[in-house]
Structure formats: structure tokens, C-alpha cells
Design a protein around this ligand. Sequence first.
Ligand code: PLP
Length: 392
Amino acid sequence: MNDTCSMDLRIELDHLKQNDLLRELRTFGIIDAVRLDYQGRTVLNFASNDYLGLSKDARVINAAVRALESYGTGSGASRLVSGSLIIHAELEERIAAFKRKERAVAFPTGYMANVGIINALFSKGDQLIIDKLSHASIIDACAMSQAEVRVFPHKNYKRLREILKRTSSFKKRCIITDSVFSMDGDCADLRELIEIKHDHGAILMIDEAHATGVFGTFGRGLAEEQGVEDEIDICMGTLSKALGGLGGYIAGDNDLIRFMHNKARSFIYTTALSPATCAGIIAAIDIIEEDISLRQTLWNNVKMVQDYLKDIIGINVGSQSPIIPVIVGESTAALELSDRMLERGFFMPAVRYPTVPRKSARLRISLSAAHTENDIRRMLNALGEEYSKIIG
Ligand SMILES: Cc1ncc(COP(=O)(O)O)c(C=O)c1O
């Protein structure tokens, strides 16, 4: 890097720091599903998307270890070369059966699944209409495509209808939304979106990243919960949150998946998922389908936190999921609250612009079935005290 370039980077980093927007990596040791070792202290983790604690479940770990022993650490190549192993086929069959779709395809990350499908399916002459609070991977995927991109205000389906009414000369039109929004924890109204897609001949794509394993009697996601699985045209999800592993998936009909094999560049030009990851996820899906008690514990935890925030601290969070934002406004206040909570042994990071809109910096609490009632009570008591010191 030459001197001018280094100087430019330093100026920009200094600018971020002055505005409390600089991000620094923290390094943790792992004690168990919700306990971290941080600088020699044990802290409770309220910042993981491992909603059911499955990344530390012995059944999941054993399945991964067995695969590691028989397949080795890596898959060795991309899927269309020699990296498509029996365990990948097993994983994709398992995902398809779980999501009640004909077929599925796995990507190395959820980000790549969104980039892959959106760019494979949509280009010049098409229109993508997305919720303003869609995940960055959807926004980036849309920006990469040659399609026209329109954004409707968060869950403002009246505005969505107006956009769709205005022109209809596009080849394909696709409505894209998170099913559970990753920073606010609220849910899309899939029934209404289905009505809208029918009224305007659009395609509906949902991102079930934070819903998979969490919503629905059998954990299949928000589409299961709202009873609309058959009406979703493109169902995307991640393997990295409640499933405890890594990766993303698209579930749909046979032709859609074959099309992905041929056209999704983030599927074609990258090394296949590791066999151990695939095996761990298959075991996690089995647990999710067979054992509803983990989900019950998770939802009890969610209710406990929502009730406390509303009744004791006076915050109505508006979240409908294990993602619970405590919005404090300015980045400085969010950082201070997060630092104080860490000092008291609870890790919940401040989420700031550009991840969330300016002046809506927050602590993002995420809950797990692995948190005990005692863990949560202690965290809430500390949060109540620190929140009132900073926010009043
Ligand atoms: C809604 C949503 N979609 C996609 C992704 C990307 O998934 P991954 O982390 O597996 O790349 C995330 C994760 O952060 C997410 O929250």
C-alpha cells in the first residue's frame, strides 16, 4: 500500500472513531453454549444467533466428528468439480424434506445464497422490490444485479402496492423480504405479501435466516408458523443461526435448483461446504424437528425478557422473536451501555450506523434456549440499573 493510500485509510478510520462508529474485533474463548471467556473473565453471551444452543450439542458435535474422520477437513473443490460429496447430497435432501420443498441447494454462507440466487434469476428488465430493513446481503445482491431496485418503507405494504401498481412492463418482478428482521426482531406479514404478489403477478422471495429452527411447530420457519409454506416461491435461509453451523440454502422446485447449479456464481465458483459442517447441520435439523422442547424453552426466555423490559424498564420493544433490540439512539450512549454491561459480565454489543439507521443505535440482545432463567434474571437486573443511569 503506498503512503497516500495508507494516509487516506487512516483519515477515514480516525473519522469513524471520532463519530463512535469504529468497529474493533473482540476475541473470545468458549466455555459453553452461552458462556464466553473474555480477558480472563466469564461473561454471558447475549449476542449469538445460536438460538437453540445446537452448535455445542453433543449429538451435533458427534455427527460432525464422525464426518471429519471419514471425509477429512475440507471438500477439496467446488461442487461442479469434485467437491460434491455424498454428505452434501444428504444435507440438501434433508433441507428439502425439512422445508417441504422438492429440492434444495446449499451455499457456503447465507450471504452467498442471497447473492447467488438474486443474481442468477434477475437482471436488466426485471424489478426487485425490497423492504427497507432487508439484510445487507439482500441489499448487496440487488445492487449487484442489473435489475431495477425499489425500496418500500419497513413493512409498509400500502407503499409496496403503490410501487407495483405504477408500472408493469417488467419481465419479472420479485418482492424480497426477511421473514424475521435481523436488527429489530419483528416479522413480515407473509399472508399479506402473498395477497399482494397474486394481485400483481409478482414472485415472492423470503429470507428465513432468523426464523429457521425458531418459528413454527416443527421449526421450519415463519412460513410454517403463518401457514403459507406452499405459497412462497423462493425460500432462502441460513445454516449458521439456529442450525448452529455455517452456510445458506435455497429450497424450491427441481428446475429452480438445477438453474442455481448452472447460473449462481457464488455456488459455482467457490469450494463446497466442509463435510463436518454438513453432518452437524443434518443432526441439528433432526433435533429441531423431533424435539420441540428447545423451542419452548427459547420462547419462555423471550417472554421473560419482553415482559421485564415492558413492565419494569418501560420499553416496548416491538420484537416478535428472540432478537430483542434496546434502542438508545446515539452511538455514544449505546457503546457506553454495552461497555457497562460487559463490565458486569454480560456481552451484548452496540449496533450502530450503518447496520441500523442513524440515531437508532441499540443493544441487540439475542436469546438462546441455552440461557437459564437465572442467567436472564441477572442480565435484566443489571440492564435495568445501567439503562436508568445512562438513559434516565
Ligand atoms: C436476514 C439474514 N440474511 C442473511 C444473512 C447471512 O447469513 P450468513 O451469516 O450465513 O452469511 C444473515 C446473517 O447475518 C441474516 O441476518
